[in-house]
Design a binder for this molecule. Structure first.
Ligand SMILES: [Zn+2]
Length: 443
């Protein structure tokens, strides 16, 4: 059945404060209008590069991180699953999750499926629900004898929705959920209910990780002949743990697993997947500069102990062992990059004298600071990291930011920002090479 639809935009002017609360914008509003595939939005936040957007109506909701090079933000919210007239609320937040703009609009879908009649006492459970993961999508397939239509609801951190679907001619419910807001490896939970709300099935599956391009080693570049082993911290798979000396020759034995991951305050993403994405991008940036690059893992399913990571770097003949991690802290505004080097390990002393180690760590931290704009970039000597202590080459564990800080979290999962961190690592290795060759390090 075709329906007439109308879209009424209520203009809600909110005073917006940014900078040091001196500028109050009088045109701070979001323009919302119907578009192909959903609701288009447009707003302007001068001087803002990244912003978060949330949308919500009774049927579906979501959030996403937006980037603009000129302070104008435009796009389409995918309201694909709303089947009844609903008011949509759109909120724009700073990356630190402070509300900047808010706007509501009436939303009437262009059509809803005929649901047909349902058998009175059909509460037969769905037993064959199958989920087929994709990148930013999730396929589903099941049968539900006695139900001409069911309610399918899906939920993940970044996108939620519920809608009615009808059975096809073969008696099968099948389709693909489009989930443009989700990240790689986001957990999507699907629930099937009958039209009276009784649960028929529930199943969860993660979206696919489709890796960023790892690049190819350039024929010539500032890092030609340099071998780098990148170590994306942690992984999703379990690693069988055993106790090993904390460093060569030590009586102190500790577990060599790599649990204790950070998790995103907003995205709820695990440190392992963000570290993996950043490492792929760092691999591409290093290869572009001519380096030969190895990685201790290329996916979430490979489990490597911290000791195993250091051994692998030695096996491949790495000149640099760079370990990519994301940090966590109690303070929600923590914002810093930290570079950790081994301190008292005899292997560390064989690799480099401490003064040179310090110069290299400083060069790496400065390059990361320059590329990301993060002002605080610290260097540390520490005995706490087994993977550093057992490394037989210069080893640097880089905490690239704080996933526990909302603003850091959303940036560290954004491809543009991930590229900046990656570029910082590559520029850092170039600067470290210059230190080792005796050339002055770049300021
Ligand atoms: Zn970590």
């Amino acid at each position: 059945m075709k329906r007439m639809f109308a879209l009424l935009c209520t203009i809600l002017l909110l005073p917006v404060f940014w900078g040091h609360a001196k500028a109050v914008s009088k045109q701070a509003a979001i323009t919302l209008s119907r578009a192909e595939g959903g609701l288009s939005y447009s707003f302007s936040l001068p001087g803002t590069e990244f912003a978060c957007l949330q949308y919500k109506n009774g049927d579906e909701q979501g959030m996403l991180t937006l980037r603009s090079s000129d302070g104008r933000f435009e796009g389409v919210l995918p309201l694909s699953y709303t089947q009844t007239a609903r008011q949509v609320t759109v909120t724009v937040l700073s990356i630190g999750q402070k509300q900047l703009l808010r706007q509501t609009a009436d939303w009437v879908p262009s059509g809803a499926p005929e649901t047909g009649k349902q058998e009175k006492d059909a509460v037969r459970k769905v037993t064959d629900l199958e989920l087929i993961p994709g990148e930013k999508e999730m396929g589903y397939r099941f049968t539900a004898p006695g139900h001409p239509a069911v309610v399918l609801s899906f939920s993940s951190v970044m996108q939620k929705g519920a809608f009615v679907i009808t059975v096809d001619e073969a008696g099968v419910f099948a389709g693909t959920l489009s989930l443009p807001n989700t990240y790689a490896r986001d957990l999507i939970t699907l629930r099937v209910r009958d039209l009276r709300g009784r649960e028929l099935a529930e199943k969860a599956e993660r979206t696919l990780f489709v890796p960023p391009d790892a690049g190819e080693t350039a024929a010539a570049g500032p890092l030609s002949g340099v071998v780098v082993c990148l170590d994306p911290g942690h992984q999703q798979a379990d690693v069988r743990t055993s106790k090993v000396p904390v460093m060569p020759g030590s009586d102190l034995r500790v577990f060599t697993d790599n649990g204790g991951m950070a998790q995103g305050a907003v995205t709820l993403r695990k440190e392992s997947i963000a570290a993996l994405e950043i490492s792929y991008r760092a691999c591409a940036a290093l290869r572009e500069a001519g380096a030969l690059v190895f990685m201790t893992r290329w996916n979430e399913e490979t489990g490597v102990s911290n000791l195993g990571r250091a051994d692998y770097a030695h096996e491949v003949g790495a000149g640099y062992f760079i370990r990519v991690h994301l940090n966590m802290a109690e303070k929600k505004t923590a914002n810093a990059i930290d570079v950790y080097c081994p301190d008292k390990s005899p292997y560390a002393r064989l690799a480099l004298d401490k003064a040179t180690y310090r110069l290299l760590a400083r060069a790496l931290a400065d390059a990361l600071s320059a590329q990301t704009g993060v002002k605080t970039a610290r260097t540390h000597f520490s005995d706490q990291f087994i993977g550093n202590n057992w490394a037989r080459m210069p080893a640097f564990l880089v905490e690239t930011g704080y996933m526990s800080s909302p603003a850091n979290d959303v940036l560290l999962s954004h491809p543009v920002y991930q590229d900046r961190v990656a570029r910082g690592i590559a520029e850092g290795v170039i600067a470290m090479e210059e230190v080792l060759k005796g050339a002055p390090a770049q300021e």
